[in-house]
Every structure is written in structure tokens, then in C-alpha cells.
Design a protein around this ligand. Structure first.
Ligand SMILES: *Cc1c(COP(=O)(O)O)cnc(C)c1O
Length: 434
């Protein structure tokens, strides 16, 4: 093995590389999948991340919606410590106390009947796709035609495995790996006529995110979700709601579809489910579950004792600390502040989202990029998705004072950026902002 980075010591033996050394080491040692920001974090406290030099960053992204209780939350620490002394992994060959207890709590919260546990979001969706195919096969065996096609939406994101990525909208995620799972057709976002035109008994399931996450915090319309529900009911196809980003209370209700009063047949959860320990879940109706029997699907790690114990602690904490109410209160405040900001800055062309799943859309991708960079310089972490959209997925424990801090920074940055843009003609003559 040739390794030009650390001739004296094996790189993994060196415990405290600085950022530059880490960059060099990773660029030689890791697959080049990530284009990381130049920040090196060592720990976190509440809503703050703390870097190698002790600088505190206000984290409005929370590990892409995973760290719902921020960092070093005592309930998570306690659950990890206690369960790790008993049993971390078991396999799915034997019983442990976690899965049934967690399935019961999740079934109550989602209105579903049964659960399957995975390790990640994409695996939960993979299970949902397999369930839909198995369901359609069962229906065909019972004499009802239901095909193998899936309908997904423009701007969707369902994950990176061959099935989930096939249902993910952006070409750049799929095309390098073609052929991905065949049989997915994309429907124009919120276009009921397009949905109706593409739906038939050849479709075994429609996949939707009630509020699209990576796609730019875009809520599906009530008419569209209702049409998807009615069409699937009419043939026996499944309606699958991907709540991996929007679920677990992120929008102020346990699942985003509950804002619509429309119940799907299958839903998937992951990101914040086990407080940062990897865990995903598929939940479905009793009827749909009949398509799966022993041996058809499974996982080595999924639903392990540690992950389940922490997820139970997450659910208890959400309840005990009334976090759904808190998410609604702080989220409403945040959204109002963003709307005010939009009234003062014409570069903000839209404000979207519910609870603590929020976004502003700017009138240019370059502006969105520089606002993100300037926020980082001011030690506030946000995210850019769908080119022009600045996304906020803060921890549920966020307080109004943190919102004020973020809004003041955005206000100052947008004022600076638009003043600069007014002074500098952009090539092609287009000016950013006013
Ligand atoms: C993040 C995400 C996924 C994929 O989850 P992974 O854990 O990264 O596999 C799927 N669907 C939605 C809506 C997501 O936000």
C-alpha cells in the first residue's frame, strides 16, 4: 500500500490531525463522495457545535435533521449508557425487549399497525418498495391485476440505494449508476392531471413526501395528496409517505401527512428516530403487512437493542418535554420572522415550510451560496438545497433567542450582498436583488 501522507506514523494512529492534515488524509484515503465544508468539530452542547479551536456554532441544520435534541442531551446519553451495558447488538434471530415496545409507540403515533426496522432512511424505503411489489404480486395471485410500476414526484428524494435512488428525481443521482431499478415514472409536482394520466392498475404504489426535503421544502398540495389517496384506493395500490425528514415531530405533528388528515398505507421514518444512532422504520397497515412473511426480507443490524432503546428514549422525551408544541411555537415564530425578512429583502422570493422544517428561496443560486458562506463566517450553520433554497432544520430544542440571532445575521448579510450586487454589474447584465 503506498501512502504519501504520513510517512512516519500510520494515519489512523495519529489522533489529533488538524484540519489541513485531515483534508490531505481524507483526500487520499476516502472515496471522493463528499465535498465537505472546511470545519472540524469536536463536540456539541445543546444547539451548538464546538470546533477544534473552541468556537461555538449555532446549528440550524442538526446533522440534516437527525439531532432533534441537539447535542449531549441527557436522555440520549442515559439511554446509550444503560443499554450499552446490557446489549448493543443481537441479530434478528432472537427476541429482545426493544422492537415490540418501539413498534407499539410508533404505530400509535402514525396510525399504522406494524413495523419493520432498518438502519437508515434508504433501507426503510427499500423495504417499502419491496413491500409494494410483494403486495401487488399477492393481489395478482388473488385475481386482481396490480402491476409493478411506481409513481414518484418531481424533486423527490428517497435515498441512494438502487431502488430508492430510482425513485429519486435528480438525474445526477441516478444516471452514473444506470440501470437502476426499472419501473419508476415521475409525476409533475402537485399536478393532479399528470398524476391521473400516469396512474393505472399497472402502478403498485405512489411515493410522496408530504413536504419535500432535499427538493427544497416544498409541501405537496392537499388536492394532490387527496388525489393520490383516492387513486390508490380505487385499485388497491399502496400510498407510501416518506416521512424520513418530515416525520418524528419535525413539522409540529408526528408525521407531516397528519396536517392533511390523509392516512397513507405505508410510511417510513429515520433521521431523528434514534437520536443520532442509525435506525430506520417502515410502518404499514395490517392489510399491507400480509404480503410479507418470514424469510422474504431482513437485516443484520436493523432494530438492534441499542438503537431501539435510544428511540424509545427519544419518543418519551418528545412527550415529556412537550416538544411537538414547542416545535409549533418556535417554528411559527421563525416562519413569521422569515416572512418579515422577505418583506425587507426582495431577493427572498419565497418562504416555505412548517414547524422547524423551513426554507427561504432566493432569486439566485450564487446569492444563496454566498449567504450560506457568510452565515458560516458568523458561526451559524444552515444548508443550501435545490440550488436557490436555504434550508433550516434546527434541533427541536431551539429557542426564540436563537431564531433572533439567525434572523439578525441573515438581515445584515442580505443587506451587504444586495449593496455589493448593486455596485458590481454581474456578467450578462443581470443584477442580484433590487
Ligand atoms: C434523508 C432522506 C432519505 C434517505 O435517508 P438515508 O438515511 O440517508 O438513507 C430518504 N428520504 C428522505 C425524504 C430523506 O430526507
Amino acid at each position: 500500500m503506498s501512502n504519501a501522507i504520513a510517512p512516519s506514523a500510520h494515519p489512523t494512529e495519529k489522533t489529533s490531525m488538524n484540519l489541513e492534515e485531515l483534508k490531505a488524509a481524507e483526500s487520499k484515503l476516502l472515496l471522493g463522495t463528499y465535498d465537505r465544508y472546511p470545519l472540524l468539530f469536536e463536540r456539541g452542547e445543546g444547539v451548538h457545535l464546538i470546533d477544534e479551536n473552541g468556537n461555538r456554532y449555532l446549528d440550524l441544520l442538526s446533522g440534516i435533521g437527525v439531532n432533534a435534541f441537539g447535542y449531549a442531551h441527557p436522555a440520549i446519553e442515559k439511554a446509550i449508557a444503560e443499554q450499552s451495558r446490557k446489549l448493543i447488538h443481537l441479530s434478528n434471530l432472537y427476541y429482545h425487549h426493544g422492537q415490540a415496545a418501539l413498534a407499539l409507540r410508533l404505530a400509535e403515533a402514525t396510525g399504522m399497525d406494524r413495523a419493520f426496522f432498518s438502519n437508515s432512511g434508504t433501507e426503510a424505503n427499500e423495504a417499502a418498495l419491496k413491500l409494494a411489489r410483494a403486495w401487488a404480486k399477492l393481489k395478482r395471485e388473488q385475481g386482481t391485476h396490480l402491476g409493478t410500476k411506481f409513481l414518484a414526484l418531481e424533486n423527490s428524494f428517497h435515498g441512494r440505494t438502487m431502488g430508492s435512488v430510482a425513485a429519486t428525481w435528480k438525474d445526477k443521482y441516478r444516471e452514473p449508476f444506470d440501470p437502476v431499478m426499472p419501473g419508476v415514472e415521475f409525476v409533475r409536482f402537485n399536478d393532479v392531471d399528470d398524476l391521473k394520466a400516469k396512474f393505472s392498475t399497472d402502478v403498485c404504489a405512489i411515493l410522496v413526501e408530504a413536504i419535500q426535503g432535499e427538493g427544497g421544502i416544498r409541501p405537496v398540495s392537499r388536492e394532490f395528496l387527496q388525489a393520490a389517496r383516492d387513486l390508490t384506493r380505487s385499485t388497491g395500490a399502496l400510498l407510501i409517505a416518506d416521512e424520513i425528514q418530515s416525520g418524528m415531530g419535525r413539522t409540529g405533528k408526528f408525521c407531516a401527512y397528519q396536517h392533511y388528515g390523509i392516512q397513507p398505507d405505508v410510511t417510513t421514518l429515520a433521521k431523528p428516530l434514534a437520536g443520532g444512532i442509525p435506525l430506520g422504520a417502515l410502518l404499514c397497515t395490517e392489510e399491507a403487512a400480509q404480503a410479507i412473511h418470514a424469510g422474504m426480507h431482513g437485516t443484520t443490524f436493523g432494530g438492534g437493542p441499542l438503537a431501539c432503546a435510544v428511540a424509545l428514549a427519544v419518543l418519551s422525551t418528545i412527550e415529556r418535554e412537550h416538544l411537538l408544541e414547542h416545535v409549533t411555537t418556535v417554528g411559527t415564530y421563525f416562519r413569521e420572522k422569515l416572512s418579515q425578512l422577505a418583506r425587507n429583502h426582495s431577493a427572498i422570493i419565497d418562504v416555505r415550510g412548517l414547524g422547524l422544517m423551513l426554507a427561504i428561496e432566493l432569486d439566485s443560486a450564487d446569492l444563496a451560496k454566498s449567504v450560506l458562506g457568510e452565515m458560516m463566517k458568523r458561526h451559524i450553520l444552515i444548508n443550501r438545497t435545490s440550488e436557490t433554497v436555504l434550508r433550516f432544520l434546527p434541533p427541536y430544542i431551539l429557542q426564540k433567542e436563537h431564531v433572533d440571532e439567525a434572523i439578525a445575521a441573515l438581515d445584515a448579510i442580505l443587506a451587504e450582498q444586495t449593496a455589493q450586487a448593486a455596485a458590481t454589474p454581474i456578467p450578462g447584465g443581470k443584477r442580484i436583488g433590487n
